[in-house]
Design a protein around this ligand. Structure first.
Ligand SMILES: *[C@@H]1O[C@H](CO)[C@@H](O)[C@H](O)[C@H]1NC(C)=O
Ligand SMILES: *[C@@H]1O[C@H](CO)[C@@H](O)[C@H](O)[C@H]1NC(C)=O
Ligand SMILES: *[C@@H]1O[C@H](CO)[C@@H](O)[C@H](O)[C@H]1NC(C)=O
Ligand SMILES: *[C@@H]1O[C@H](CO)[C@@H](O)[C@H](O)[C@H]1NC(C)=O
Ligand SMILES: *[C@@H]1O[C@H](CO)[C@@H](O)[C@H](O)[C@H]1NC(C)=O
Ligand SMILES: *[C@@H]1O[C@H](CO)[C@@H](O)[C@H](O)[C@H]1NC(C)=O
Ligand SMILES: *[C@@H]1O[C@H](CO)[C@@H](O)[C@H](O)[C@H]1NC(C)=O
Length: 801
């Protein structure tokens, strides 16, 4: 009985290829066409990776496109090519036809003229349209095998492996993540044979990569590559005739890759993470995304905010011109002054910079001289003023246009904005107007809409198809299962991880030996127990034995590990490897000599100078965690136990066990279902279901940790606190400050009296102030981690100078 059932199963599954192959055609013959209304009118590559057909780009708007067949985890498809991106056709009676003459014609029923054609002729009249395994859609003559047209020769915004960028082709970004029509960013071989990124917007145009400040050879390019040809192979090596070579971060055979000019103007290499159904960035042309030109338009600046990504803002006293589109920029709300009447004020904007459009360059000058210079130049809109450390003097750049604005902690100088005297330069009404955010990458967000009129005959076919697909899938699962069973069970995931992260994979036996049979326990936490061990190469390591995982959690762990592997910062704990064998999951980290901040809170070895350095280092580590553009990580459990100290008491943030990768959408409609973190350090928004969880939860915890480090009082131990009532640490500090009433001795009162030694009053006051800001109930009132770094570093500078 069971046997015959199995037999019929096998029989049925054998018929699957017959039925399914007859349905979506794999090629288009001369004289036939693909219709927008028939959802089976698709061309699929033999390996199934790519699909060509009509793709819905809006309500009743379709483009003939090539996309990856596989759905991403967010339910979207990634488009790699479009025939008619700027003129979508309508959803009824539009057709792509292959004429007998070999011409491919896209017609919209409402339009007399074709929307798009290949304008080629095939004298043999035998050409067929096919899609190959690389994603190339091509017309090939059946008589002489000649390829008479191919989509690879006219890319849109994406270059696939082995697709050539030549002197005749260019990549043009999409307008936005939801609008696939041609945008403003272009990648092409310039007249001097160098590949460049150019912003070609409605008002201005300019090269922004390679850096226009450098000459071609200074950025490693050669102008002598007359062939003008570039491409990437399946392993992730990119080679160009202008000397641009790069390897993606996951070099190796991983066939699903692409290179795309994203909607934000960056040129990125992606690899598909099949496990998670997301694209991973494996290389990008410009790492500081606010440096991308044109994103915010004229009279506006770009700020990278970890909570929302890149954000545009108008300059003070300017307003946005088009509220839906930042590329139009901002216009002044005031009347510009008459020329050279000396009736100008200058508003200082620290850490602002505007690239290009200098009216002059004045080295070795003073602020007053620079102000005078700008006041005298009629069209001077302001000037950049900065100190040049190497030459030992100030530089002045009066500007006649304010474009490519950026705000960043890394910019030491200031921008001085020219304003008429009638506007007072008090800081209050000169707040930078908050702007809209820009999304990070060009991830398509439209879902494929295949609505079509139902037809009873097709309905029954549909059920048969569904039936056969289910058995087909069942069979594939069985094959994969047996395949994995019969192979070394860990081989494949091993290879995958190695490529993705580059760590070492340890065997359980190896780690057992290294840790002397898990004998030297050094810590214990929610995620598992940590042991000290010595690896075979004599490195001392911390080995974390995680609690047992179910299979599902194991996958999560792998994802977690590959996230960790890509993070690399001096204030984050470094991970050396992992072990995943059946029930055992272990992580191997660098060993930190001085244990955690929790163990050292009351240690006299930790003087005030070291404590301040810990505050800065921890903030830098967290700020890095928050600010990587496409890999957005929250820690969610910042506490003294997770801040480890090396032999010099330099801090490293550890334990991302609770952190969760969130993409930008995930932040907005947060998917956290239960509170994470540790009592006492948890931000109030964890308790409210309807409040979104953002990086500001880490900022809150950081604030609490800083107060604990300064006062020596535990936020969880209420008995310690005045009055014995349940009071938050920050309320207590605020109360002490208020009682001191502006007098300077409050700092005496709050600092941990068991730690003796000198402290810098300025620094300590700033640290307390910043910590209190971080503890604000209102998450929007808390600074970002990078602002914290900025504020703490600023006092450092003030002191040393
Ligand atoms: C697909 O077509 C391109 C361009 O003709 C070619 O380079 C590539 O080798 C083809 N790929 C396959 C798998 O046939
Ligand atoms: C896409 O952008 C172009 C250019 O701004 C515009 O003309 C077109 O209407 C937009 N399409 C959609 C679907 O929003
Ligand atoms: C890229 O990797 C290849 C070997 O896979 C190596 O020969 C080459 O030097 C690497 N190129 C760069 C720019 O790192
Ligand atoms: C703003 O920009 C959008 C999209 O580019 C455009 O359709 C619209 O007409 C613009 N509005 C104004 C007032 O210029
Ligand atoms: C930017 O501001 C200046 C005045 O400072 C103004 O002349 C210019 O038109 C503004 N740009 C735009 C795009 O409105
Ligand atoms: C800068 O200017 C001052 C005063 O004009 C002069 O004394 C000094 O030598 C200059 N420095 C350099 C490096 O040129
Ligand atoms: C800014 O100043 C700091 C020290 O004050 C220095 O380390 C840093 O390199 C400077 N940054 C730039 C971009 O000059």
């Amino acid at each position: 009985m069971a046997l015959s059932f199995l037999f019929s199963l096998i029989l049925l599954s054998q018929t699957v290829p017959l039925i399914s192959s007859s349905s979506p055609p794999s090629l288009l013959k001369p004289g036939s066409s693909l219709s927008v209304e028939n959802k089976h009118d698709l061309l699929i590559s033999p390996n199934g990776l790519f699909t060509a057909g009509f793709y819905s780009v809006g309500e009743n708007a379709y483009c003939f496109s090539v996309w990856y067949t596989k759905l991403l985890s967010d339910g979207s498809h990634t488009i790699v090519w479009m025939a008619n991106r700027d003129v979508p056709v309508n959803g009824k009676r539009s057709k792509l036809s292959l004429l007998k003459t070999g011409n491919l014609v896209l017609r919209d029923a409402d339009q007399p003229l074709p929307i798009w054609t290949t304008t080629v002729r095939d004298s043999t009249e035998s050409a067929q349209l096919k899609m190959n395994n690389s994603g190339n859609l091509y017309l090939q003559s059946q008589l002489d095998g000649q390829i008479i047209w191919q989509s690879f020769a006219s890319p849109t915004n994406t270059l696939l492996p082995y697709q050539l960028l030549t002197k005749d082709t260019l990549l043009v970004s999409s307008r936005s993540s939801t609008n696939h029509s041609s945008g403003f960013y272009k990648l092409f071989f310039d007249n001097d044979n160098v590949i460049r990124l150019v912003y070609d917007g409605p008002q201005v145009t300019g090269v922004y990569w390679p850096s226009p400040e450098l000459r071609a050879w200074e950025s490693g390019r050669s102008t002598y590559g007359h062939r003008r040809i570039a491409s990437m192979d399946f392993s992730g090596h990119f080679i160009s005739s202008d000397g641009l070579f790069f390897n993606t971060s996951d070099v190796g055979d991983q066939p699903v890759r692409r290179l795309t000019v994203d909607t934000d103007g960056n040129f990125r290499a992606y690899s598909l993470d099949e496990l998670r159904g997301v694209w991973r960035v494996t290389w990008q042309a410009i790492s500081e995304t606010c440096r991308l030109h044109g994103s915010c338009g004229e009279n506006a600046t770009c700020l990278y905010d970890p909570g929302i990504g890149r954000r545009c803002s108008c300059l003070p006293n300017y307003k946005m011109i088009n509220h839906t589109d930042w590329s139009y920029g901002c216009e002044p709300e005031f009347k510009p002054t008459l020329c050279g009447n000396g009736e100008d004020n200058f508003l200082q904007l620290p850490h602002f910079d505007f690239y290009g459009y200098d009216a002059k360059y004045l080295p070795n000058t003073t602020l007053n001289a620079c102000k005078q210079e700008c006041a005298n130049i009629c069209n001077c809109k302001g000037f950049q003023f900065k100190y040049d450390r190497t030459q030992g003097f100030f530089l002045c750049y009066p500007k006649f246009k304010l474009l490519n604005g950026i705000i960043s902690v890394n910019i030491n100088g200031s921008m001085y904005l020219k304003l008429p005297k009638s506007i007072s330069i008090s800081s209050k009404n000169n707040k930078v107007v908050e702007g809209f955010s820009l999304t990070c990458s060009g991830k398509p967000t439209i879902q494929l809409d295949r609505a079509y009129d139902k037809n009873p005959k097709e309905e029954s076919l549909k059920y048969l198809m569904l039936f056969t697909y289910v058995f087909g899938a069942f069979e594939i699962i069985c094959i994969i299962y047996f395949f994995y069973r019969t192979r070394n069970p860990s081989m494949t995931t091993h290879g995958y991880l190695q490529a993705a992260t580059g760590f070492k994979r340890f065997s359980y036996a190896e780690l057992k030996k290294a840790s002397n049979n898990f004998s030297n326990e050094i810590g214990r936490g929610g995620g598992g127990i940590v042991y000290k061990g010595a690896l075979s190469d004599n490195r001392v390591a911390a080995i974390k034995h995680l609690k047992e995982f179910s299979n599902n959690e194991g996958a999560e762990l792998l994802a977690e590990i590959s996230t960790l592997g890509r993070l690399n910062h001096m204030n984050l704990i470094e991970m050396w490897g992992y072990c995943a064998e059946r029930k055992h999951s272990l992580l191997v980290y660098e060993y930190m000599e001085n244990g955690s901040l929790a163990q050292n809170l009351h240690s006299k070895k930790l003087d005030w100078g070291k404590r301040f350095d810990i505050a800065v280092g921890t903030a830098k580590g967290l700020s890095y965690l928050h600010e990587e553009c496409l890999e957005w990580v929250l820690h969610c459990d910042v506490k003294p136990h997770n801040i480890l100290l090396d032999s010099n008491y330099k801090p490293k943030v550890a334990d991302f066990g609770l952190s969760k990768l969130l993409d930008r959408d995930g932040i907005r409609n947060s998917q956290f279902t239960r509170a994470r973190g540790t009592r006492g350090y948890m931000a109030p928004e964890w308790l409210f279901v309807n409040l979104p969880i953002t990086s500001k939860v880490d900022v809150f915890s950081y604030g609490v940790v800083m107060l604990e480090m300064i006062t020596g009082r535990s936020p969880t131990d209420n008995a310690n606190q005045s009055g014995g009532s349940v009071r938050r640490l920050d309320s207590w500090v605020t109360a002490v400050m208020a009682a001191a009433d502006g007098k300077n001795d409050w700092i005496e009162e709050i600092i941990d009296s068991t730690i003796d030694g000198k402290y810098d009053k300025n620094r300590m006051e700033i640290l307390v102030t910043v910590a209190l800001l971080c503890c604000n109930e209102d998450k929007d009132a808390r600074p970002t981690m990078s602002q914290v770094v900025d504020m703490l570093l600023h006092v450092e500078e003030d002191n040393s100078e």
